[in-house]
Design a protein around this ligand. Structure first.
Ligand SMILES: *Cc1c(COP(=O)(O)O)cnc(C)c1O
Length: 430
């Protein structure tokens, strides 16, 4: 008789896992104060005092900059907008090339296209999933202007090597740190290693305000250009006396006072939330150590991980069971997370395709139908990033069942499911 739930046996867990409820009374009261004030956004899209936003926006930016030990923090309405601001601020121009990762959320690779620059994919590291320094070097041409590194899954990129390469070739580094707040390298926070760092405040990230993004930089000039792009630059440059008009067509990327007020409270909770993830991961890893076909995430020397995702590697040859089947069996044993029921059980296969496999790149169709701004000499064919393809096609398992608010009993159910499936692999081989 079968015991595995996928074959009709009893599930380890039917009760939903606890919601990731980070919004509490503090945020509710902060929002109530904003609503009472009647000022939901104070921005003006012209050169005036209110060009830089209202009291909540400005206070939050000061607090964020202080927290991360940077000179400037600039809020926007998403990390996607933040990437667009950064791409504009560094002066990307048509024909420029920007080295990007194929293993990330799409905006970290599409941002250059907004300024008609060409994304060039470099491969990732097998152990850490971040951009591979050697492949970046191979992909640099005389058109390369910047690298968008991603602190993917919660771990900093190879700061030491890649910053040196960028310096040698005169490239900007834009650091997409949407997934790794409070991750660190040699004691310094991720997000502060590039010329510009980017944070996300969307609902799925460590802390959130609904939708939001933050840019950080120590460069006064870049900071001012990003503030201009955020808020209708073209309408401001004349009165402000800005003479460099390069990429000074602005957007409306402004965050409201409500989200800024929420973010101020969220920032106070960030450290605890990251430390909880680390504690939960430690407990899971200690108790999964006896399963030989699972390998826990590699951590780069000198780095601290902040576990946006807890990614494992699964050895299909050792089990004789395809990864897809193993994951399906795990999903069958467990329940979704409350408030995210529609997403199913939060254990999966991770990013399934390199970004260059998306139709945008494969068909080289962005603006109109002429192939603009893509380049003949830049390929998006299968095979350009073999490590990424291998990781997408096999081995990797993502799960999010290590988030704060998971109790010991909740984590024990996760462990119970892993052990139950591991002990009954025969049922999956049949
Ligand atoms: C979430 C995410 C983004 C985009 O964030 P939004 O705030 O949703 O625009 C960008 N890059 C990475 C790596 C992300 O995980």
């Amino acid at each position: 008789m079968s015991v595995l739930a996928i074959n009709g046996g009893e599930k380890v867990r039917t009760k939903l896992f606890p919601a990731y409820r980070v919004i509490g009374q503090e945020e509710q009261q902060a929002v109530a104060r904003v609503l009472e004030s009647g000022i939901l956004s104070k921005y003006l899209g012209c050169w005036a005092d209110d060009f830089y936003g209202g009291p909540q926006v400005q206070a939050m930016e000061r607090e964020w900059a202080e927290y991360y030990g940077v000179k400037h923090a600039i809020s926007v309405n998403s990390a996607t907008s933040a990437l667009y601001c950064a791409a504009g601020a560094v002066g990307l121009a048509p024909g420029d090339e920007v080295i990007v990762s194929p293993y990330t959320m799409c905006a970290s690779a599409t941002a250059p296209l907004i300024y008609n620059a060409v994304p060039v994919f470099a491969d990732i590291e097998y152990d850490y999933y971040c951009l591979d320094a050697d492949d970046i070097e191979r992909k640099i041409t005389d058109k390369t202007k910047a690298v968008i590194v991603v602190d993917i899954l919660g771990q900093p990129y190879n700061v030491a090597r890649i910053n040196e390469i960028a310096k040698k070739h005169g490239l900007y580094i834009i650091e997409d740190n949407a997934q790794a707040p409070l991750a660190a390298f040699n004691g310094q926070y991720a997000g502060t290693f590039g010329d510009i760092g980017i944070f996300s405040l969307n609902y799925h990230k460590h802390i959130h305000c609904g939708e939001g993004g933050i840019l950080v930089t120590n460069d006064d000039g870049l900071a001012e250009r990003m503030r201009l792009i955020r808020n209708h630059a073209e309408a401001v440059v004349e009165n402000k006396g800005v003479t460099n008009l390069n990429n000074m067509i602005g957007f409306n990327f402004r965050m409201t006072e409500i989200e800024a007020a929420i973010t101020r409270e969220q920032l106070k909770k960030l450290r605890w939330l990251v430390e909880e993830r680390r504690r939960n991961v430690r407990y899971l890893e200690e108790n999964l150590a006896d399963i030989p076909f699972l390998t826990m995430p590699g951590i780069r020397e000198g780095c601290e991980h902040s576990y946006y995702i807890h990614a494992m590697k699964y050895d299909e040859y050792m089990t004789g069971v395809p990864r897809e089947k193993f994951v399906a069996a795990m999903q069958a044993e467990l329940a979704p997370i409350e408030l995210r029921e529609g997403e199913g059980v939060k254990i999966g296969l991770g990013y399934l395709k390199p970004l260059y496999a998306q139709p945008l790149f494969r068909q080289k169709t962005a603006y109109g139908n002429t192939g603009y701004p893509f380049s003949q000499s830049v390929s998006y064919d299968e095979g350009i990033c073999p490590v990424c393809e291998k990781i997408c096609n096999s081995e990797t398992i993502f799960h999010e069942l290590m988030r704060p608010f998971m109790s010991r009993e909740d984590l024990d159910d996760v462990l119970g499911a892993f052990h139950k499936v591991a002990d009954n692999l025969d049922e999956l081989r049949r």
